[in-house]
Design a protein around this ligand. Structure first.
Ligand code: MG
Length: 370
């Protein structure tokens, strides 16, 4: 019988090469992002098999993730690591007093992903293959080059570099206090790349409905692949109304942190592209429940951030799927994803396909082994 023998959790603060700003900074709501808090879980069985998973937080919340994971970790000892769904429920009920969304499930995500890594490794296949893939690689687009902290000329240089690297699309951040500047930037980008390069535009929730409709109508002429988070992440009806009125497909979902919240987007016909984030919703187990509902509505999938996890999940999604290329966590890992001809390829190693790099120890903030 497989049994969990020990569990180690660690919190790393992985610095960004250069702080970045999206519209939430320009509207004064947040400061530029300078590092990512990464919560890792390493689960070892009585047979010496090891699973590795991670979750994350941007800005505040990393210490809370670690503290909650520490409260839960001991409850996994002695359990059968194959019973992933049951263990997810056990951990969620333990933390039910502090909710079944947000920090409590985001701490569970690190364990859940480690358990999927363990199961895929024991089957000697990638997590994508364990779930069952529809493709060996997914279209990927670059977000890192299109932040508002970069000037338009820097953005155009970044775009050239991204396309040269083989990335398939480009995301541009908007949501500046002066919407004219946003429109000028998108016009300049479309003119620069021509008609055939997919462009995604992301307002990070900084518009109200009226602004989103007015700017969205102007942006319709630029044939965007999607318009992301035009309004508040929780305005399911508002996104549905924009979806009805604009030619540009609407995308959102990255800020939601449960199956139930993502289900509201589906129930209200809010989006063409749904953007769940596996660590934010509690791991691969809840992500697949969202993917199943989304598949049924024939939605397209564009998960948020953590390409290291999402490349597996996007390859296992039956309809159109994209992966977001953000390289922030690359320095923490030994492995690199392969990008070719606009696609991010499914890792061929068993499991998640990622191991912590030695240099990550310099960013270690907390660690405990149970
Ligand atoms: Mg976004």
């Amino acid at each position: 019988m497989d049994r969990i023998k020990n569990v180690e959790i660690s919190l790393y603060q992985v610095p960004l090469k250069k702080p970045v700003s999206d519209a939430k900074v320009l509207t004064g709501r947040q400061k530029p992002l300078a590092h990512v808090d990464m919560l890792t879980a390493t689960i070892e069985t009585n047979h010496g098999a090891v699973g590795f998973g991670f979750s994350y937080s941007l800005r505040a919340g990393g210490s809370a993730l670690f503290a909650h994971a520490k409260d839960l970790a001991g409850e996994l000892i002695g359990e059968d690591p194959n019973d992933i769904g049951r263990l997810w429920e056990k951990l969620a009920w333990l933390g039910a007093s502090v909710s079944r969304t947000g920090v409590s499930v985001q701490a569970i995500a690190a364990f859940d992903i480690a358990l999927w890594d363990l199961k895929a490794k024991s089957a000697k296949v990638s997590i994508g293959k364990l779930l069952g893939t529809y493709r060996e690689g997914v279209p990927c687009y670059n977000t890192s080059g299109g932040y508002l902290s970069a000037s338009t000329s820097e953005v155009l240089e970044n775009i050239d570099a991204s396309l040269h690297r083989g990335l398939g699309g480009i995301k541009i951040k908007v949501g500046q206090p002066d919407t004219k500047k946003d429109i000028e930037r998108i016009a300049a980008v479309r003119q620069h790349v021509g008609d055939s390069v997919p462009i995604m535009v992301d307002a990070n929730q900084q518009w109200d409905y009226t602004t989103a409709l007015r700017v969205g109508r102007v942006l319709d002429q630029y044939h965007l692949t999607w318009l992301e988070e035009p309004i508040s992440a929780y305005d399911y009806q508002g996104h549905a109304r924009l979806s009805e009125r604009l030619d540009t497909p609407i995308a959102t979902g990255e800020m939601l942190s449960s199956v139930a919240e993502c289900g509201e987007l589906i129930r209200h016909n809010s989006v063409t592209f749904i953007q769940p984030d596996a660590p934010r919703v509690g791991g691969i187990t809840p992500f697949m429940k969202i993917a199943s509902q989304a598949e049924n509505q024939r939605l397209k999938l564009a998960p948020h951030f953590v390409m290291e996890i999402h490349v597996h999940l996007a390859c296992a999604y039956p309809h159109e799927a994209w992966v977001e290329h953000i390289e922030w966590l690359e320095p923490a890992f030994n492995e690199r994803l392969t990008i070719k001809d606009g696609l991010m390829l499914l890792p061929t190693q068993p499991g998640l396909g990622f191991t912590l790099a030695d240099q990550a120890t310099q960013w270690l903030a907390h660690s405990v082994k149970l």
